[in-house]
Design a protein around this ligand. Structure first.
Ligand SMILES: NC(=O)c1ccc[n+]([C@@H]2O[C@H](COP(=O)([O-])OP(=O)(O)OC[C@H]3O[C@@H](n4cnc5c(N)ncnc54)[C@H](O)[C@@H]3O)[C@@H](O)[C@H]2O)c1
Length: 335
C-alpha cells in the first residue's frame, strides 16, 4: 500500500483526496492545510485521515511514501523540493513550478534520489485528448500544421499569476502531449491587465517552430461566456475539440487543401477538399482518477507517467518565455 499525504485543501485539493482514496494500492493517510474549516470538511468525510496545519509536519511523517501538492503556484517549488529531499515521491499541481531553473533543479533531485516527480496535467487523462493523441499518432491527421486553442470564461482572478499560468498551461500541456514533445523555437505573447494588480487577465500566445507548424493560445478571465475550443489542423484532416460539449467533444473533418504548380505564381491552383465529418465515441473516465492511478503506478512500477516532469519542464519553459514577452508587448523570445 502506497501511503499518500495531500497538501492544500482549497478548491482543487478535495478532488485529489477523493480520487486518491479510490485508487487500488494507495491510501491517503494525512492532509495539511492552514485553514481549520478546510481540514474539518475532510475530517467529516474521512475521519481516519490525520490532519496537519502545515506541510512541514506532514513531510516529517516517516510512513508517508508520496505527497501531492495542491497549493498556490508560488509554493510548488519549495514544497516539492522539501518533500523530495525527505525522500517522498511528489505529484505537483499544474504548473510544476514558476521557472525552468526551478523545474530543472527538482528533476535533478528526483533523479538522484530515484523518486517519481509528476505534474497534474489533468487533460492528458481525458478521453478526448487520448482520442486526439491516437488520431495524430496513427498518421490519420497527416503532418501537424496548426493548433489554435481558446480557453476563456469570467473569473477567477489570481492576484499573483497572470491568466496564462492558470489557463494556457492546459493548452500547452495538451499540445506538448499530442505533438510528442515538439519544442517551439520562439514565443511571442501579448495581453493586458484591467486591474490595479497589473496581472494580465487577457493574453494571446504564439508559438513558432523550426518547420511550418504554428500554435496559438487565447486565455481570458474576462469573457462573458465559457469557451474551451481547440482547432487542430493536419495535412490530411482537421479536428475540432470542444470541451464544453457534453458528449460530442471531438469532430474529425476530412477537409484540407493542396496547391499545385507552386513554381509559377500565376498558375497556382488551390484545391479544397470537404469530405466527411465523424464524431468518435470517447472513453468515459474521470481524468483525475487517471492522474492518481498514473502517479501510483509510476511509483510502484518505476515507470514514466504521461504527465512526466519532462512535460512539466516543456510547459513551464514556454510559460516563462511567454510571460517575459507579455510584459514587453509581444517581443519575440527565442528558445
Ligand atoms: N488540474 C486542474 O485542472 C486544476 C484546477 C484548479 C486548480 N489547480 C491547481 O491546484 C493548485 C491549487 O489551486 P486552488 O485553486 O485549489 O487554490 P486554493 O487557494 O483554493 O487552495 C490552496 C490551499 O493551499 C493551502 N496552503 C498553501 N500553502 C500551504 C502550506 N504550506 N501548508 C498547508 N496548506 C497550505 C491554503 O491554505 C489553501 O487552502 C494550483 O496549482 C492550481 O493551478 C489545478
Amino acid at each position: 500500500m502506497i501511503k499518500v499525504g495531500i497538501i492544500g485543501l482549497g478548491y482543487w485539493g478535495p478532488n485529489l483526496v477523493r480520487n486518491f482514496q479510490s485508487v487500488n494500492g494507495a491510501e491517503v493517510i494525512a492532509v495539511a492545510d492552514f485553514d481549520d474549516n478546510r481540514l474539518g470538511k475532510i475530517h467529516q468525510l474521512y475521519p481516519k485521515i490525520k490532519l496537519f496545519k502545515d506541510a512541514e509536519e506532514l513531510f516529517n511523517l516517516s510512513e508517508i511514501d508520496a505527497v501531492v501538492l495542491a497549493t498556490p503556484i508560488n509554493t510548488h517549488y519549495t514544497l516539492a523540493k522539501t518533500a523530495l529531499l525527505k525522500g517522498k515521491h511528489v505529484l505537483v499541481e499544474k504548473p510544476l513550478a514558476t521557472s525552468r531553473a526551478e523545474v530543472l533543479e527538482l528533476i535533478d533531485i528526483a533523479g538522484e534520489k530515484e523518486l517519481s516527480l509528476m505534474v497534474d496535467h489533468t487533460f492528458l487523462y481525458t478521453g478526448a485528448v487520448q482520442k486526439i493523441k491516437s488520431v495524430v499518432d496513427s498518421g490519420e491527421l497527416g503532418k501537424l500544421q496548426y493548433f489554435d486553442s481558446t480557453r476563456i470564461n469570467l473569473g477567477l482572478f489570481n492576484p499573483n499569476w497572470s491568466v496564462i499560468w492558470d489557463l494556457a498551461v492546459h493548452d500547452l500541456s495538451i499540445f506538448d502531449y499530442i505533438s510528442g514533445g515538439k519544442k517551439p523555437v520562439a514565443v511571442s505573447a501579448t495581453g493586458v491587465s484591467h486591474t490595479q494588480l497589473g496581472i494580465e487577465n487577457l493574453a494571446y500566445i504564439s508559438l513558432y517552430f523550426e518547420d511550418d507548424t504554428f500554435a496559438h493560445i487565447t486565455s481570458s478571465w474576462i469573457s462573458p461566456v465559457k469557451i474551451r475550443k481547440t482547432l487542430i489542423g493536419g495535412s490530411n484532416k482537421m479536428i475540432i475539440y470542444d470541451d464544453v460539449e457534453p458528449t460530442e467533444k471531438i469532430k474529425i473533418y476530412d477537409s484540407g487543401f493542396s496547391v499545385s504548380s507552386p513554381e509559377d505564381v500565376h498558375k497556382w491552383l488551390i484545391d479544397y477538399r470537404f469530405g466527411d465529418i465523424y464524431i468518435p465515441k470517447l472513453p468515459q473516465m474521470e481524468a483525475l482518477k487517471g492522474v492518481a492511478e498514473d502517479f501510483i503506478g509510476s511509483i510502484r512500477d518505476k515507470s514514466l507517467p504521461l504527465a512526466s516532469s519532462e512535460s512539466g519542464l516543456n510547459v513551464v519553459t514556454i510559460l516563462e518565455a511567454a510571460q517575459k514577452s507579455l510584459v514587453n508587448r509581444g517581443q519575440t523570445i527565442n528558445l
